[in-house]
Design a protein around this ligand. Sequence first.
Ligand SMILES: [Zn+2]
Length: 169
Amino acid sequence: MNEPELDLCCGCGGAFEVIDGPVHAYMTSSPGCFAAFNELLAAEYSDVLLQKVHRLTVDAYAVQHPGSPDDRRCVQSVGLHLARLFVQLEHPMTPQRTNEVMGDFAKDKASLIYLKPPAQFRLTVAHAAPFAGSSEHDAKVRAWAEAAWHDWSAHHDYVKDWVRQRVDL
Ligand SMILES: [Zn+2]
């Protein structure tokens, strides 16, 4: 039996099978990592119960694939998705209020500054993807999202201030 060949994702550092496949336009990753992310998304699009964690999946993935500091889309993506993680994990709101707040954040993303990523992430999408669509999907995504937020702790003060300037928590 052949073991699948693995390589480390240039974004999150996770080990994923070496495959040929697409990657995101600016959330730079290995194709295997992007495929793992898409397995989670597919399960979330097809199961109404899993839609509760869909935003966390997207946010955790985005902050672990920061791309180039010279690309304004990357800078904004990291800041915006960190702001979304902070609100969801530490100040959960009703779904409607969450939507409003996320919309306000997106309108103001041009004000976000570059944040240097942590040297490594303790959990990656590889933690959750094997459980896509299973009874553990929700818990695995939450644990991954919590870890992703925690690993950015050097910039928590900046993110929290940015959020508090825009929403009453
Ligand atoms: Zn990755």
